[in-house]
Structure formats: C-alpha cells, structure tokens
Design a protein around this ligand. Structure first.
Ligand SMILES: [Zn+2]
Length: 750
C-alpha cells in the first residue's frame, strides 16, 4: 500500500479522486503537534531554543491512525501545502511516523501549486526530502512568537492588567491602528468652499462646471460668486489627452484580500476561508503567496484563451516581477487552474471570488486600454476668478477592460463645445465644507499597510487582525477598525517601554531574518539568540518601571461625587473611567462623560444577616461585596483576587471591617447577578475540612490563575467539571496527593 498524507479532508477527497486508488489518501486535519499552550518552558532556551512539542489536543486519534497506516505502507508521501507551514506539518508527521517504529525508510515530500490531476501526477514524479531550512524558519517563527508573547504579556499583566496580551506581529498592527486614532483626534478641521455652476452652451445643452480652486476663506468664496454673476462666460480651453490604462498584476494574498474587500465586501478572513475551499476543490492555485508571477504553462493557456475569446489584438503577454526574496517558496500568483472555466465554485461566495480571480488573471495578460480624457475650462472675461472646469472620459480601446468590466467605470460624455464659444451662467452656488481627518483602516486597508511596511507574511495577515479583534483591543465600527480603551492603553504601554520591539523596522527585519533561515542563509540559534538576549534584558529592566494603571489626571472639571476631590483616569474591564484620586480611601467613580457610576445601591439583602449586597467593579474586575463596610471590628482577610499584588496593606487606624468580597465570574453579565448568585460567590473561600495527616484546614477559592484548593501553602488547580463552589474534601485530598506539575510543562512522550 502507498500512503499519501495531506492536511485537509477536502483536499484528501479531491486528490484521492485523481489518483484512482493508487494511494491511500489520509488527512492530518491541520497541525498534529504544537508547543504546549501558554508556556515558555516549552522551549529549552539554554540548549539552543529547542522546542518540546506535544500532540495537539484531539489529534491523538488521527496520529495513531496515521501511524497504523504507515506500518503497512511501502511508500509514504507527505503532500502538505507548499509553504513553511506545510513543510513543518510534513516534518512533524515524519517524526511521528518514525516514532511509531515504522520500518519503511521511504518517506518523501512532494509539493504542487494547484490540486489538479496534472499537477499531482507531475509532483509525484519528483519526490524530495523534507526541506529542513523551511521547517526551521517555521519553527523559528513559532518559538520567537512564543517567547515574545509570553515575556511581554507577563510584564503587561503586572504593569497594566491581568490577562492582557502582546504579540510580535499583533502589537505592531495594534500600534498602527492606535497611531491612526491619535491622528484623527489631533486633527483640526478647516473650512473650505466648493463652488459649482450650471451653464448652457450655445446649442442650449446643459453643462456643469466646478471652480478649479476651493477657497479657504468665506470672503473669497463670496467674491467669486459675485464676480461670476452677470459676467460674460467663455470656453477658454479644451484639453484632450489619450491615456493608457495598464492591467494590474495577478493576485497575491494581500491584493486578493484588498480587492475582495472593496469589490465584494468580504473581510480578509472570509476571503481566505473561501479561497481555501476553491483551492482544495482544484479551482485555483495556492492562496498564500506573495508572488505575482504566472507559470509558463499557465501563461500559454491564458494566452490561447484570450486569443480565442477576445482576439489577437487584445493579447499582450506580460511578466510580473515579485519583490519577495523567498525565491524557492515564491510560488505562483493566485490564478484559476483552468482558465477556460469562466465560473466555478459550489456556492455564491465561492463563485464571486472565483470570478474576481479569473478576471484579474485574464486581464493581466491583455492589452492596455486607451482612454480619452477631456477637460473643458471656462472663465469670465478678464479672468479675475479661477477657471471653472468639467472632466470627461471615453474608452477608445477597451483591451483588458473586456475581461474585467467592473474596473472600467462609466464613460463621462461632455457636450460638444469649442474654444471661444460663450456659455450662459444659469445658477451658481458655494457649499461650505470641512476637511476630513484621515479615515480609520478597514481590515483590508490594514493588510495593505502591513504589507507595505513589511510586517507579517501572507499566512499571517488575516489571523493577526482576527487576534486584535478577538482580544477586544480593536472594535469594528461598520468596516472601520477603532482601538478600544484597553487596546489604546496596552499599545501606549508597549510604545513607551518597548518601542523598538514593535517598530516597523524591527518587525520587518525579523521577517527578513526568518526568510534568510528559509533560504539557508541564516542560522536558527543565532537568529533567536540575537533577539532573545537583549529582549530578556529589556524585560528585566522594565520590571522596575511604574504601573500603568494610572492613565493620568482627569479634566479638573470632574470632581469626586463623594468627597469632591480630584479624579484620575483608570482602565477598568469595561474601558476607561474616572476614579477618586484618594482611592482606596474614597471609592467615588465617574464614567468618562462625568455621570456617576452607581455602585451604592445594593442588589438586595443577605437572607440571614440582613446585610446589603453590592455589585462593584474593582481593579481586578467585578465583584460582589457583603455589607457597606461601615461596621468596625477586627479586620478580616481579604480574598486573594482583591489584594494588591503581594503588598498587603496594613490597616492601622480605626478598625473598620473589610467587607467580604468575591469575584464575579467573567462570563456573568453584571446586570444579571442576583442575591442567590452573590451568596454562591461569597461562599469562597470555602473550608472543606482538615487534612487527615497535618490536621490543617483545606480551602477552595478562586485566585488570579483560576480556581484552586489550598492546604498548608500547597496549591492545586481545580479543573472542570469540578468547581470551587462544590468540590468536596475527598476530591481535594486526591488533587493534593497528586505530584505538583510545573505549570504546564511539556510532558515527555514515551
Ligand atoms: Zn473621593
């Protein structure tokens, strides 16, 4: 038996159809191994940044199936996608097959740009070894991103707020959005006037003309208006220019995402999902590429098609050059696999995207369009005001626009006039306008910007944007990306303390170095070391820096609703708010617009003690509080999650009872918290009983790292389905008896 492995079931289905039973085709369903989640120790830095992989959750079954099939295979072909990611998956599969003690040494790698019968058959004629440089480049990216994200996120947790994150590509992308927002805020609009007039030619044909200048002063606009009236107008010039319009290069990932956004309204991730389907069904070439070139065979068949369909005069074979330097990865542009198929796809979205790709590809090999542009200029006698003009255009020769008519735009016909001809002014008006701030990026616009700045690669654009939206650092308003308060604070913190690491230059250089690893021109260890040594030093340096929870003084017009004192801007879960500068002595708070945050009304009373129960929002998120804190007695212990780090505040003066508080689970909407819920939350920390050996008490609680049981300074996480509200002593003892795992450390595989 011959075994061929790909990553997606859809691809497996298409290929197996082509191979007609010659191979058993199996899908790995994406990655099978990865670094353990959220753990830096997954990488052995000292030994040379060696990653310790583990089989991804839920993939155990697929892996053992592949291993079993491999045992009976005489030949194993790894046919994953033709890029670094695909090469890495192939390598992981090969490693796992070797681990299963499979005797066959015949494991080979094949690649192809399109899933067509011809391409697959051709690829199978040229099997090769796994390209370790490509695999190392992928590994370096993975390790780099993990180290960067882990260390920087950790610092942000301490300095800004728990649970926030930073990423090597994600943070520069966020910075670009935040910078644009600052430009918008700093923008001072200016007034200007547009002046338009309606005229009639000698032949009594209507002609609309617009003033060539847009005055910034109302006085000037009024002057033009009054000069224009009751004067004799003439056509003073007619300019005709023949312009050539050349077609654009075939699609790369980035340009496809942009065109699909502007023409079809698709987001980049939607575009990529649809493109993947078209690729797997064999309709288009591989969709993750930064190449604009077309293969020789493809150019030949496209040319033949154009000649037949549009005639020889419309054919102009063109070569497009790719800027990208990863030559051996530089695939082809995204194009149809069979140009004769003008339509393909199994649903509306697929059909639309296919059509777009088809049009762009065919147009790229067609002749320039010739367009005649006409400009008519008119003015009053003596020309004491700027000229008025109208622009027209007419397509003389459509060329490539035949294949892509949507790119054409409408012809604008102007009435026939001649120089010197007089025209009658019928009406004229000035419109007051204001200059507009730069607009926010759309997702596709951001992709374009990222590519321009050399940040990220075709495989990362869509996922980077998705991450900053999912993390709620950026929100979408219509199609525009706007930073949230949290996004702004996080970005500002990183900009102030780690500017270098999220700069365009650094990020782009890093991508270049990864490309060099792929080309075998740079070393894995040296590249990582060059980054990591100074990076850890800088992180350490910043450990001493001040917390960024205080975002500055509030406008002095806002006073504390409780004590009348000044206010400070802070970042809460729900965004920025104003907090009394005397916090925690005074907990007066306002929303950013000055309305008071009502946290003084209890949601109800405790059924037994009659004490009021409040829902409040504190530094570490929403919590419930029992009692209003007016009782004075011995201070009680503060629950872990509302302590300020390790520093326990010594309460010296009047012995006010610290009221009992408990976190509200993040997923619970605050408005829905009932007294019954509050009682459950307030049941923590729960005493479960005493330990049979030590005699010391065992408690359950929720801390910064989630639910846990504690005994004599020993902690164990409580995992679902157990809960700190319900866990029993016996189960807690079981957990405590388990050997303490270093947090998330990679388990050694057998
Ligand atoms: Zn106050």
């Amino acid at each position: 038996m011959k075994l061929l492995i790909v990553e997606s079931p859809a691809k497996a289905k298409t290929i197996s159809k082509y191979l007609d039973g010659a191979y058993e085709v199996k899908a790995s369903v994406g990655h099978v191994r990865d670094l353990p989640k959220s753990n830096k120790k997954a990488i052995d830095v000292e030994l040379g940044f060696i990653p310790h992989y583990e089989i991804s959750k839920g993939k155990e079954h697929v892996v053992s199936e592949i291993q079993a099939l491999a045992k009976n295979a005489d030949e194993i072909i790894l046919a994953t996608d033709p890029d670094r990611e695909g090469e890495a998956i192939a390598w992981h599969l090969a490693e796992l097959i070797k681990e299963a003690k499979v005797k066959t040494k015949n494991i080979k790698r094949v690649t192809y740009q399109e899933i067509t019968k011809e391409a697959i058959e051709e690829a199978l004629k040229h099997p090769r070894e796994i390209d370790m440089n490509l695999k190392l480049a992928q590994e370096a990216r993975r390790v780099l991103d993990r180290l960067f994200g882990y260390d920087l996120s950790g610092l942000i947790w301490k300095k800004v707020r728990y649970g926030l994150s930073a990423g090597r590509v994600q943070s520069p992308a966020l910075r670009i959005i935040v910078e644009r927002e600052r430009e918008i805020k700093a923008f001072i609009p200016e007034d200007y006037w547009t002046i338009s007039g309606e005229f009639k030619t000698e032949k009594k044909v209507n002609l609309s003309l617009i003033c060539e200048e847009e005055p910034r002063q109302e006085k000037e606009a009024e002057r033009i208006l009054s000069e224009a009236k009751n004067k004799e107008w003439n056509i003073v010039d007619i300019k005709e220019t023949k312009v050539k319009r050349a077609p654009k290069a075939p699609f790369t990932t980035s340009t496809l995402q942009q065109a699909a956004s502007s023409r079809l309204g698709f987001t980049p991730s939607r575009t990529m999902g649809i493109a993947q389907k078209l690729y797997e069904a064999g309709h288009i070439t591989y969709m993750r590429t930064d190449s604009v070139s077309l293969g020789a065979q493809a150019v030949l068949s496209i040319s033949t098609f154009i000649e037949k369909e549009y005639g020889k005069e419309n054919l102009t074979v063109r070569t497009f050059k790719t800027k990208s330097k990863n030559a051996q990865e530089a695939h082809e542009a995204i194009r149809p696999t069979h140009v004769e198929k003008e339509n393909a796809g199994s649903n509306d979205d697929e059909k639309k995207l296919y059509r777009l790709i088809w049009q762009r590809t065919v147009a790229s090999q067609m002749s320039d369009a010739d367009v005649l542009r006409t400009k008519i200029l008119a003015n009053i006698h003596g020309a004491t005001i700027p000229a008025f003009s109208a622009n027209g255009s007419r397509t003389l020769f459509p060329g490539w626009l035949l294949a892509d008519p949507d790119a054409k735009g409408d012809d604008v016909e102007l009435p026939k006039v001649s120089v010197g001809e007089s025209v009658d002014l019928i009406s004229i008006e000035a419109q007051a306008k204001q200059t507009q701030p730069p607009s926010r990026y759309s997702e596709a616009g951001l992709v374009k910007e990222l590519e321009k700045r050399g940040i990220g690669r075709p495989s990362t654009y869509a996922s980077t944007i998705k991450t900053i939206i999912d993390r709620e650092y950026v929100e979408k308003i219509g199609s525009a990306l706007k930073p949230t308060d949290t996004g702004e604070v996080v970005s500002t913190f990183i900009e102030n303390n780690f500017a270098k690491y999220i700069s365009d230059e650094f990020t782009a250089e890093m991508e270049d170095e990864l490309d060099d690893i792929a080309l075998g021109k740079a070393q894995y260890i040296r590249t990582l070391k060059n980054f990591y040594t100074p990076f850890t030093k800088d992180i350490k340096e910043q450990e001493k820096s001040e917390k960024a929870t205080n975002l500055g003084e509030a406008d002095p017009k806002f006073k504390c609703p409780k004590c009348g004192g000044s206010m400070i801007i802070k970042l809460g879960r729900g965004g920025k708010f104003l907090s009394c500068s005397r916090y925690p002595e005074c907990d007066g708070a306002l929303m950013m617009d000055g309305t008071e945050i009502k946290k003084d009304e209890p949601i109800g009373l405790h059924p037994e003690t009659g004490e009021p129960i409040f829902v409040k929002v504190g530094k570490y998120g929403p919590y419930v509080q029992l009692g209003d804190g007016s009782a004075t007695e011995k201070p009680e212990e503060i629950p872990v999650e509302v302590q300020e780090g390790k520093k326990k505040k010594k309460i010296s003066k009047p012995k006010k009872i610290k009221p009992k508080m408990a976190s509200i689970p993040k997923e619970k909407p605050l408005s829905e918290v009932t007294v019954a819920d509050a009682l459950v939350y307030l049941s923590l920390p729960r005493t479960l009983g005493t330990h049979p050996e030590s005699g010391k008490i065992i408690t359950a609680n929720i801390g910064r790292f989630g639910p846990y049981v504690a005994h004599d300074g020993n902690f164990r996480s409580i995992k679902i389905p157990e809960s700190p509200y319900t866990i029993e002593l016996s189960k807690a003892l079981e957990l405590l008896a388990q050997e303490k795992k270093p947090r998330g450390f990679a388990k050694k595989k057998k």
